[in-house]
Design a protein around this ligand. Structure first.
Ligand SMILES: Cc1ncc(COP(=O)(O)O)c(C=O)c1O
Length: 382
């Protein structure tokens, strides 16, 4: 019996389907919880080990941590390492409170802002609440919502990737806002956020300021006036400490207590002694922070101009990355071309932004190479 082409294709598709199912089953343990069975975990950016790339895919800082940080790391003695770290993280929290003009009980620290965010979900939301965030934003938010089974309202960004604040109802229990947003880099003003805090007075507004130091207005100071504001920050970006994992939250003392309650029901020692000491040193070295942050801003601004010059569409960025697309060329192709030529950038497989690339701002010479490669590609395609 001869099979027609269509029948063959259908048969192959069926076979593929069975293979995918079998593959999934292969990695399933009969002991998995429903959470593990159903969740789609966050996929971190690639950290290649086999080859040297110009690595512009995970928004790391191109400058090393401050020399004062390295000195602080070296200062940890064997006897100190023998003991558990301070669960209150008092010295670091004192430095942070002093830096932002807050009281110590308005400051929480955790093992990276990912952990702080992960603790905020069970600290403040129930399975009957609704939290909202844009369709295009930090891709960890929907993962946390799913893991804690908190219903989410996902609100599409406008065509130009700005946020349509009128689309957020005032009945929400939570509203997550990355400012500047990721991966777009677009920021909103502090005045806008203050307006939201007043309009959504019964909603907890969580402002994720991971990239705020690269050009947006921080609302940390507003935490003293609004009990419905939690500001989350990280030392991974502007302070070059992604490898040490330090994140913070600032808010009213009751909110901080909520986070502490979750932390102490999970792991009281999330921040090790090395990270505690190094993070303190990073905040104290204001000169180094200012110099490196300004250098990144300058490199970003001229990169945006260069990319536009070669014909790319680039969103205005207040972050240490730019979000751009080469009209008429698939994002996947541009990403692969850059990869083949030694440059890693990030792309998100979401229909609306599949042709857009998020390019971290690296050193000037690294950005020169990116521009050179993209110029060649644009020329080839024109
Ligand atoms: C918007 C946003 N928030 C939070 C984080 C998490 O940062 P970390 O866990 O390194 O502090 C990231 C990391 O890329 C981010 O892009």
């Amino acid at each position: 019996m001869k099979l027609g082409l269509l029948q063959m294709v259908i048969l192959l598709l069926k076979l593929l389907f069975v293979m995918i199912l079998a593959q999934k089953e292969l990695f399933m343990s009969r002991f998995f919880s429903d959470t593990v069975k159903s969740i789609r975990p966050y996929v971190p950016g690639e950290q290649p080990k086999d080859r040297r790339f110009i690595k512009l895919n995970t928004n790391e800082n191109p400058y090393p941590a401050s020399p004062a940080v390295i000195e602080a790391i070296r200062s940890v003695t064997g006897l100190e390492a023998r003991l558990y770290p301070d669960p209150e993280v008092a010295a670091l929290r004192y430095t942070l409170a002093d830096y932002y003009g807050l009281a110590m009980n308005q400051v929480f620290v955790g093992n990276g802002s990912d952990e702080v965010l992960a603790m905020a979900f069970p600290a403040f939301f129930n399975r009957t609440d609704t939290i909202a965030f844009p369709d295009i934003t930090y891709s960890f938010y929907p993962v946390y919502a799913a893991m804690y089974e908190i219903p989410s309202l996902i609100v599409p960004l406008e065509e130009d990737f700005t946020i349509n604040f009128d689309a957020y109802p005032d009945t929400l229990k939570g509203f997550l806002l990355a400012n500047p947003n990721a991966p777009t880099g677009i920021a909103v003003t502090a005045a806008k956020i203050e307006g939201l805090l007043q309009f959504h007075s019964d909603t907890l507004l969580i402002v994720d300021e991971a990239y705020v130091d690269f050009g947006a207005e921080s609302v940390v100071s507003l935490t003293s006036n609004y009990d419905n504001l939690l500001v989350v920050q990280t030392m991974s970006k502007a302070r070059s400490l992604a490898g040490l994992r330090v994140g913070m939250a600032f808010g009213a003392p009751e909110l901080i207590k909520g986070l502490e309650c979750i932390r102490d029901s999970f792991n009281s020692y999330t921040l090790d002694i090395v990270a505690q000491r190094a993070a303190k040193a990073a905040y104290e070295d204001v000169t180094y922070f200012e110099t490196t942050r300004q250098a990144i801003i300058a490199t970003r601004d001229r990169t945006v101009a260069d990319l536009r010059e070669l014909g790319m569409t680039v969103r205005p960025s207040s972050a240490n990355f730019v979000f751009c697309t080469l009209p008429g060329v698939a994002g996947e192709e541009v990403q692969q071309y850059l990869r083949d030529n030694g440059v890693l950038v990030r792309r998100f497989a979401m229909e609306r932004i599949q042709d857009w690339l998020r390019i971290t701002i690296g050193l000037d010479e690294e950005m020169d190479e990116v521009i050179r490669l993209l110029q060649l590609l644009a020329l080839q395609k024109s």
